[in-house]
Every structure is written in C-alpha cells, then in structure tokens.
Design a protein around this ligand. Structure first.
Ligand code: ISJ
Ligand code: GLN
Length: 825
C-alpha cells in the first residue's frame, strides 16, 4: 500500500499552486512541480518507469497549445501518453485536444472568473459528482479558447459540457446587480471535459482548484483512484495529514544571530483628543518636514488598531536603499547596489542582489522580549526592525522581466531601533527600543531616549489648545485637557527623570515658521503658479490600452490585467508632510503611511486601503486583495445602494475571484498544505471609494523565511492581474515606463518575525521638485474603455483633492478641472 505521487507540469500559470495544494491534500503527499520548459519527455518517462511518479497533472496557463513555447513539454505528454494517467486542466485539456488533432478556436466569448453548471456523462472522473443545472455542480472557468467539438477525433470523447448561463459567485442578497445574475449562453454547451478511448488521458476545461468550484476535491480524488486502479495499487484507507506540523517559526533554533532585547515603557491612556497622533509625529519628527522619518498610520482606525512612528535615532539606526543594476536581468554577476547610511552619517555600499541582502539582514538581527515575568507580551506586532518600501521593479528579482528602471531606489528601508507605537483603542502610547544587552552604552542611550520621549509626549499632549497655524488645524477639534501617566514596561523601565524640551521646542519652532509663512505668503502659492499635472498617457491612449488589454484577454493571453498610468508635475510648493496631513484627513485609510528618506527623498504620502501581506510572529499569513471599485455618494441612501450594487456586480465579483485565486496560489507556494483558506470572500469596505475586499490566509511553512514568502508573492497580484508573469509582460508593453514605488508595497518587516506590507496605491511620491501619483484598475472582458478611464480618475481623485488643498487650488471641482487630468503628451 502506498500513496499516489503526482508530477505537476506548470505552464507558467498563477493557479498552479492551488492545484499543488489540492493534490497534496487529496494524495496525502505533495506533487513534484516542473515548469513546462524545465523537464524533458524522456526524463518524465524515466520518472514514471521508476515508479517515482504515478500520474501527471498539466496545469492551466496563458496562451494557446498551438504555440509551442506556451505549452512546452505538456504537448508531448498528452500526444501518445507516458504510461501513467494524465489530467490536463484548461490549457492542459486544450493541449490534449490539439495534440490529438482537434481544433482549438475562440469561444463565444472569454469566460474569466465566472461560474457555470456542468452536465457530464457519468464518466468515472465524475464519480459521485452530480450533473446538470440545479445539481449543485458548479465550476469556475478562466478561458477564452475552446475545443471545437465537431473536430474531435474518434478516440477523444467529450464527457462534460456547460449547461445554462454564467452565474454570479455570490448571488445578490440586496441591491441591484449591474449585470443580470444569469447571462444566457446562446450555445448548446461548451466542452468541459475529455477522455481518450484507449489511453488514460483526461482533461477538464474548468478549474477544479478555484475557491468557488464545487466538487473539485472529489474530481481529483477520482483521478487519484483511477491512477491507483491503472497501476494496480492499493491505497491506504487513511491518508496522512500532509500539513507540516510541529515547531513554529519562533521555536526554530537561531544560529549566529545577535539577539536584541526589546524594552519599552507605556504611557497609559495618553491619547485623548482627535489629532493627538499627528501632534506627536509633528512635534517629534516633523522638523525639516520629517526628514528620515516614518509613520505607519492607521489613519482609518476602524481597521487598524496600531500606528507606528519613528525617526533617525538609536545607535543601530540606518537608512538602506537599493538600486537594481542599470540594465539586464539581475544575477550574481549583474548585481544591484545597496547604499547604507548610519546614524552618524557614515555611508557604505555593497554590490549585491536585494533578497539575499535582506535575508542576511534578517538573519543578523533578531529580537526577543522574553525572559521576564510572562506578562510582557506587547499587544502589537512591530517591535523594531525595518520600515520602508519595495518598488514594483523588484519583480526583476522575483522571476519576472523588468524592462524599465525607476529613477528612485527600488527598495528603501530604515532600520528602526526606536519605535513609538500608538494603540488607538486604549489610547496607550508605547516607547519601544531594541538594544544589545551586552552593550552598556546602548542600554544607557535607550534609557535616555525613553525618558526624553516620555516627557516630550506628555508635554505635547498636555497642550490644551491646538495651534492655529498648522495646515490641518481645522481637523483638530476639541481642546479638553487630559492627563496621562507613564507606566513602565514589564520588561524594563526605560526611563524616569528630568525632562528634555528639545524636540518639543523643535516642534513649536516648526509651527512658528509655518505661521510666519502663512502670514507672509497666504495659505499656499496661488493656483496660477501651480503647473498642471501631466497624464502620462492621454485619455485616448489609455482607452486604446484598455482595448489592447481586452484583445489580450480575448486571445487567451491573460484572464485579467491591472492597467495603470501615472500623473506627474514639477512643483512641490510646500512640505510633503503638510500634504500627508491633508491626505489623512480627506482620505483616511487603514494602511496609510508617511515615509521620508533623507534630504534627497523620496517622500511618500500614502492613503492605501489595501493590505498586501501580513505575517504574524507565529507564521500566519494574510492577504486582503481588493478588486472592484465604486464611487461614494453624498446621499446616505444612495451610498448604501452603491455599495450593494458593487457587492452584487458580476463583473466585480469575477475580478475579485480571479485575484483571490491568484493570492491563494501565491500563498500556496509558501504555506503548509491544507492551510490556505478564504475566510472572507468579497465584502464591501468603504473609504474614499467603495471596494470589494477578500481575505486569504495560510500558515507559512516552518522552513520558509519571510524573504522567501515575499519573493514568491511580490508584486501583489491585485496590481498585475492573472496569470501574473504573462500579464506583467503585457502591461509593460503598454505602460512603457517603470511604475516605481506605486504598485509596490510598504510597511514593516520586524526583527521578531512579524511583518505587514500594504499595496502602494492612492499615493503621492515627492522627489526633488517632482510629484507623481499612479492610478489604474483591473481590466476584464466586460470592461468598457471609458468606464475604465473614469475608474482610474476616480482612484486618483482623493489624492488630487488633497493636492489641490495643499497647493492652493480650492474646491474639488476646481481641482478636477484645472489640476487633474490635463494631459500634455
Ligand atoms: C490600481 C489601483 O488599484 C487596484 C485596482 C483595484 C480595482 O481594479 O478595483 C482596486 C484596488 C487595487 O488593487 C489604484 O488604486 O491605482
Ligand atoms: N486557464 C487556462 O488555462 C486558459 C487557457 C487558454 N489560455 C485560454 O484562455 O483559453
């Protein structure tokens, strides 16, 4: 008795690792994966003959089986068989048909991320699976091409077909759908499965591995049992649980690491008034407009409980920036450059690639706050470590081509050994330091920092009146006096002693200066001095690009494409931090942030609603992809109706489902078998716009590092489309420039194994005299070109409004007319 072992051929798809996970669960042992150009037919036959592989699954993928490079060895496998059962999925089934002489043609229309009912002949592949409309057998499809049934050779039989029309993934519970829930299918039915008459070769056109397909596990179990019967094998009655169990990440032995101590003090209930967080940041880190400072700001605090801020302080502090090599694919012989500046201003450079550098850094530093009385767990995840961004072009080091280069660093992080964490629920303020316990100087400096910061914060918060001159003073209402008391962290009291007023004074000085500025030159430069934004691709070009995306979808090259463009102009009349303060007021978002890197920048004002990936200390991963966007309405009833319409829209559901399956795939590459799940599918969240949000979770494999997780999942699939690789290539051809920080991720990567990174959207990047924002949206076959252009504008709008207020344009209408979308191609 033994388990069935599967060879999984990957046709460069973004759903292959969903099949991987499903097969691993069904077989009780994970499959072996090779890409279609990584293994020869001879090698596969040898594996089968040696009994190392019992069956083969050929994955879906972009393109067509008519093009050799799209399918590689897949076509050889299904031509005459390899002595083992083969199941082709989607492109895999099309390859089976094509290799046997059938015609692969364009279907009645692409069907991406949509549900169909299926009727089947009762073939063994469908044993125990009901058939026909209303039977409960519903499958997700991602394809444009179909097998022409009339051209099937006599030895290849169709054994399943679609029946009825497409259905919404989540039927509408209320509100009006923008599309009918069922679209009539004019055809008799598209071939959904094939079986060879003599050889054990099968194919399914739908995706058994999608989160919304029913009976997918049953189908793969049938394939497993048919394989056992083919080889005359007996399967054990109970399958082992494949999910790796045992030790968690924290328990892993850490070798050759400097373990830093985490120490903190807590100012209980210190936050009382709206705007206290901003007062603290402004006063402590806002001088020079916040140079070398970070603020991971849960500006929409209903979603994020904790915010983190810090500046250039602490003996371990450093600023780390990375530039990809100027041209060509990065490799060991074509390295990029890491530049490091330490707290005293000393700089150094290392020729390296990014991920190995980051891996080493995270190996060199680790931190712990254990060893005390057990009550010492901090309630939040970031205890110090790296804060910064990963730019989109780092995809060059994630196995994707990256033909364009950003003028900005491709990654930039602070090593932060001093962090102020704010708990918006309790009002507690934590002052956290990382220190080397063996180093007395480091301990003394930590104690001094904690003492000073505590005194400064207490003083900042005791100011009863908000200062009028701050640009956002309108937002700072309430002047109730309140007091806060400092309680020492359980691990180690950081401070007690006298007050240093330096930073408080610096903060006041800043306000005096901006006051003077306001008096001397008015609130901001006059609108006439502000250059209009230049839309990098005109409205016409953008709409043509949407059409080009749709053409690619019709051709079977992609299932969904997230097309974007940029707006930029010269002219940054005021400090970036002032813009950020307006942005967090007009467009508060749960993954908002302000980052400012040195005197040369860049400065990042971010109001992102989207989490890319979070990892807990114990290795739980969570992605929260957004797909589906609708504008807010002034009128409450209309706003609720707009949200309900979004939730019921079949187009938006299809967009969202495709990305959910993509994220499941990406997590499936680094997560324990059976652990990837979708606790929330398509819920509306409403910030500057209404968004359809899903949650995908999984448990990181114990032998997989944070860096390996990021390399497997970056850039976030919601900014690329699916399948990721082919989609990014198509987008590069249309967009013709680097996306830079936009479309990347920012957040923290802690030395305690926890990390949390957003998707950089709804973000203004300031650099030199330049200000730039990116915007875009997912294109699917149902997309209308003008509607996509409008969606892109909608996403840029909240930012434009903030920029208008910042640089002196007045109301939103004025911003829209005069500043935004003046294309100057
Ligand atoms: C491309 C953007 O947003 C992305 C596209 C979305 C969509 O198509 O609905 C939603 C969120 C993001 O993943 C953007 O904001 O610029
Ligand atoms: N998901 C797939 O395998 C798609 C196959 C093919 N590219 C099509 O669109 O029809």
């Amino acid at each position: 008795m033994r388990l069935i072992k599967t060879l999984l051929i990957d046709n460069y798809d973004s759903y292959t690792y969903n099949l991987f996970q499903q097969i691993a669960v069904v077989n009780g042992v994970p499959p072996v994966v090779f890409r279609n150009d990584e293994i020869s037919l001879q090698a596969i036959i040898a594996l089968v003959n040696k009994g190392e592989v019992d069956n083969i699954v050929v994955s879906p993928g972009p393109g067509t089986p008519r093009r050799e490079q799209d399918v590689g060895v897949s076509l050889d496998i299904v031509r005459d068989g390899v002595g083992a059962p083969v199941l082709g999925v989607c492109l895999g089934m099309q390859a089976l048909a094509h290799a046997n002489g059938a015609a692969i043609v364009c279907g009645p229309g692409p069907v991406h991320g949509r549900l169909s009912s299926v009727s089947h002949t009762g073939h063994r592949l469908f044993a125990g699976i009901p058939s026909g409309p209303g039977s409960g057998f519903k499958v997700v499809r991602y394809h444009s091409l179909v097998v022409n049934e009339a051209t099937l050779p006599s030895h290849l039989a169709a054994i399943a077909w679609t029946c009825g029309g497409h259905q919404a993934v989540r039927p509408a519970s209320s509100g009006k759908s923008s599309l009918p829930a069922t679209m009539p299918d004019s055809r008799r039915g598209v071939v959904m499965a094939l079986a060879h008459a003599r050889l054990p070769l099968y194919g399914v056109q739908f995706h058994p591995e999608s989160v919304a397909t029913s009976y997918g596990d049953a189908l793969l179990s049938n394939f497993r049992d048919m394989t056992a019967a083919h080889h005359g094998l007996l399967l054990p009655r109970e399958l082992p649980v494949t999910a790796a169990s045992g030790h968690s990440h924290q328990d892993r032995p850490q070798q050759n690491r400097a373990t830093l101590d985490v120490r903190w003090t807590c100012l209980k209930g210190a936050l009382g008034r709206d705007g206290d967080d901003q007062r603290i940041f402004q006063s402590l880190y806002g001088f020079n407009g916040g140079s070398d400072a970070f603020w991971l700001d849960s500006a929409a605090t209903d979603r994020g409980r904790f915010s983190y801020m810090g500046g250039r302080e602490g003996p371990l502090w450093r600023r780390i920036t990375y530039k990809l090599p100027a041209g060509g694919a990065p490799s060991a012989s074509n390295c990029g450059t890491v530049c490091i500046e330490d707290v005293s201003g000393r700089t150094s450079e290392v020729a390296t690639q990014w991920w190995p550098y980051l891996e080493q850094l995270l190996r060199d530093f680790t931190c712990s706050c254990e060893g005390s009385d057990g009550r010492d767990k901090l309630p939040f995840d970031f205890w110090g470590g790296l804060v910064g961004y990963l730019g989109y072009e780092l995809k060059a080091e994630c196995g994707a081509p990256a033909p364009f280069r950003s003028t900005l660093p491709d990654a930039a992080f602070f090593l932060a050994d001093r962090v102020i964490a704010l708990d918006h629920r309790s009002g507690d303020v934590y002052l956290v330091v990382l220190l080397d316990p063996a180093d007395a100087v480091s301990t003394a400096s930590a104690v001094g920092w904690g003492r000073d910061r505590r005194d400064q914060i207490l003083q900042i918060l005791s100011q009863t009146k908000p200062l009028k001159s701050t640009p956002d003073s309108a937002a700072q209402n309430g002047s109730a006096d309140h007091s806060a008391s400092a309680t020492a962290g359980h691990s180690c009291p950081l401070a007690n002693g006298h007050t240093s007023h330096a930073a408080v004074e610096a903060g006041l000085e800043e306000r005096r200066l901006s006051n003077g500025h306001a008096e001397a030159c008015g609130h901001a430069p006059t609108p006439s001095k502000v250059e209009p934004f230049h839309l990098h691709r005109t409205c016409e070009t953008y709409m043509a690009d949407v059409q080009a995306c749709k053409d690619a979808l019709y051709a079977g090259e992609s299932y969904e494409l997230c097309l974007t463009t940029a707006l930029s102009r010269r002219g940054t009349p005021r400090k970036a931090l002032d813009l950020y303060k307006i942005l967090r007021r007009v467009s508060p978002a749960p993954y908002a942030a302000f980052l400012s890197f040195g005197k040369d920048g860049p400065q990042v004002c971010c109001s992102s609603p989207e989490r890319f990936l979070r990892g807990s200390r114990s290795g739980d991963l969570e992605a929260r992809p957004i797909k589906g966007t609708a504008s807010r309405c002034q009128d409450a009833a209309a706003d609720t109706a707009a949200a309900a319409a979004l939730a019921a829209s079949e187009k938006d559901q299809a967009e969202n489902l495709m990305i959910v399956d993509l994220l499941r795939n990406d997590l499936g590459r680094v997560c324990q078998v059976g652990s990837v799940h979708v606790p929330v599918l398509m819920e509306v969240e409403s910030y500057a716009v209404h968004s359809l949000v899903s949650t995908v979770r999984g448990k990181r494999k114990p032998d997989t590092s944070i860096v390996q997780c990021l390399q497997a999942t970056f850039p976030g699939g919601s900014m690329t489309g699916a399948p990721k690789l082919r989609s990014m290539e198509i987008l590069d051809r249309l967009e013709k420039e680097a996306r830079s920080i936009y479309s990347g991720s920012l957040g923290f990567i802690g030395f305690n194994n926890a990390f949390d990174l957003n998707i950089v959207i709804r973000t203004a990047i300031l650099h030199g005299q330049q200000i730039r924002i990116g915007a875009g949206g997912a294109v699917v076959v149902q997309s209308e070109t003008k509607a996509e252009y409008d969606e892109m504008r909608l996403k840029a709008f909240a930012l434009m409004r903030a920029i208008g207020e910042w640089d002196g344009s007045t109301g939103p209408a004025a911003v829209d007319d005069r500043v935004a979308f003046v294309s100057g191609a």
